[in-house]
Design a protein around this ligand. Sequence first.
Ligand SMILES: [Zn+2]
Ligand SMILES: [Zn+2]
Length: 454
Amino acid sequence: MVQVRTLALMALALASTSALGQPAKTTVLTGGMLISGLSVPPLHNARVVIQGERVVAVGPASEVAIPAGAEVIDTSGQTMLPGLIDAHAHLFMVGFGDEAGWFKWLKADGRKYSIEKVMELSAYQLLMSGVTSAIDLGGNPVESISLRNRINKGEVAGPRLQVSGPLVTRRAFGGFPAEASAVITTPKEGAETVDRLFKMGVDVIKAHAGLTREDYFAIVKAAHANRIKVHAHLYAEADVRNAYDAGVDVFQHMGSAGGPTYDPELVRTIAESNRPVVLTAAHRSWIYPDTVAFPARLQDPVLKSLFPADIWAAMQESFKEWPAEGHFAGINRQVKFRSPQVRQLIESNALMGVGTDSGTPMNFNTDGLVREMKVLVDEGLSPLEVIADTTRVNARIMGQSDVGTIEPGKRADIITVPGDPVYHNLNNLFTVQTVIKNGVTYKKDGVPTIKMPE
Ligand SMILES: [Zn+2]
Ligand SMILES: [Zn+2]
């Protein structure tokens, strides 16, 4: 019995010391409105106490004491909310005008930037924009796994990552690094590829479009045997059906296909299954017309401040012909069908994750997630619902139960924005003031506390 108590005391002592053995830092956020991510009304004049990596107290400022020696951040006039989570990012791309052109530039003029260096830059951009966790769905496996591990060890600043490595696909993705596609020719190869990627250390599997029904079954079976999830990249109804029947865990891109709405029965079945859908609605159908409407968004000074000068210059060059890019070949159709498709998923009450397909043309790691969130609000979800989908639901998609809400015991992933994002339909999220991840402050008063990776 004594032993048990000693262990408990040791656990408590460990909890309040940092990895370096120093007493854990205490930070208090106080005065602002709190959106906890729990789908309850916001709490006014709230206070959050962080000790080390965790939240230890949450409540009205009048009821929660400020511990002695705490660093106090005044959040009056602001809103505190959980760090955002992007359920579909690509850190090896930065929003260049065309994807193939980006990888070509990296091989020629941008040789000093390795794929892992690019991913470090994207990680910095995401973090400075309030994204404290992300699922990277398609990239080079060695570099993705390495970056994830270095972030976890605190060697590099960035969101906590889950990574898929390459797309499991029947056809290599043209213009991308060869390592970003794992080409299979049979279902058996699909299963073997899943086992190989799992052994390398990926967190999830990304099943690309164009797989056969038998491929999906083999891939899902192998992934689930290794206790990892399968995210399926799909637009076409036939793919959705096959993926659903095979037991795919997350439907990525569904609802942004640029075609008529899906069979209502299929959508109802998916909604009832409670398997999440991540629409990535904005990545073409809103990004394109929004950029036509305000092309100067491509020269946004905040965006510019988050890029090294040489990459920025190359990007500006790449934007010159952007409306003609193949990425937007189907744009008329996509814009025409964008609302009915998104609304069909929203009205079905499907479990909704939120992701961006970030890094694709003009879909930046800086503002992409907030653009996506705003689309969901414009198409019928309430701002509070969208915040909960982007935090709590996305954490559930990651299977990461200790993030996604602001509650005692959870990891301290908290951001603040000026004013009330509910009233302003989430626009305030474009100007994140404070970013705290795992109890460490990365941005304060709108200013990064760390340097951009070079
Ligand atoms: Zn995809
Ligand atoms: Zn993608």
